[in-house]
Design a protein around this ligand. Sequence first.
Ligand code: ZN
Length: 319
Amino acid sequence: MFGPPCSRTTRPAIGKLPEMNPSDALVTPQQVDIVYETDQPVTYEVVDAVAWIMMNRPGFNNAQNGQMTYALDDAFQRATADDAVRCIVLGGNGKHFSAGHDIGTPGRDLHQPFENRLMVPGHVNKPAAELLYTREKEQYVGMCRRWRDVAKPTIAMVQGACVAGGLMLAWVCDLIVASDDAFFQDPVNRMGIPGVEYFAHAYELPPRIAKEFLLLGERMSAQRAEQFGMVNKIVSRDELRPTVTAMAAKLVAQPRLGNWLTKQAINHVEELMGKRNAMEAQYHMHHFAHAQNDLVQGSSIAGLDAKAMAEANKKQAGE
Ligand code: ZN
């Protein structure tokens, strides 16, 4: 009891840090020219207690870059914090809801650092496969889960293409209303990748249909998606916004806490069905595939840029 208050014997001597593993060496971030066509990749408007969050890169079919991801997160946070907002709509300006993650516009910002929102370190100085693993944990799967858990009811308003990364944005919403010309597609098996990062495919669709959806990577019409319960309602494009407005007005009129508890109750059922665990398992397969592509072809997306993917998708659809 008269001994030293604490022993120093278990601490490493100062100046004798363990030797760094070569895999821990940070790299110089790649300098890539990024040209943002807008400083407003997302617009935000509140009308009658409904926050309308609209992706706003219509010239690039609302391809989702980091700039847009953080703007979306800002918008969801703003809508969450504003007590005057009781329902959130997520849509896309222009012809299409979203063509997916940005893999080829001048605003592609893979090597751009952002202020991270999750407990994930920055990605741009990480070596090899760690860079993409870190980035997608923060910007894709992490953000999507965060938006799914927003404490207010959300509606996705989908027209035209809802492809790959676009699926993730529609799927995180509680309800999906689609125009009759909308279609859904996850063609990343073409890159040797087993589906996009937010792996909800087998929860949105029956397992055998999810296999077909991913293995063939073909477009699924809104009508077929509705048969499987992936879409709540289909209307003409002209009726899309009025229909969503009416649905949102009904949600606004429901009790605030009731809306929150109800969506949580259903989300919890999905968790009991293993959704998060399934996603965690697939995330690592997804990144094994990115790494394999990089090792074999020097490109984590198998050298397929947005143009090549769009052309292959159109060819497959007979356009
Ligand atoms: Zn990925």
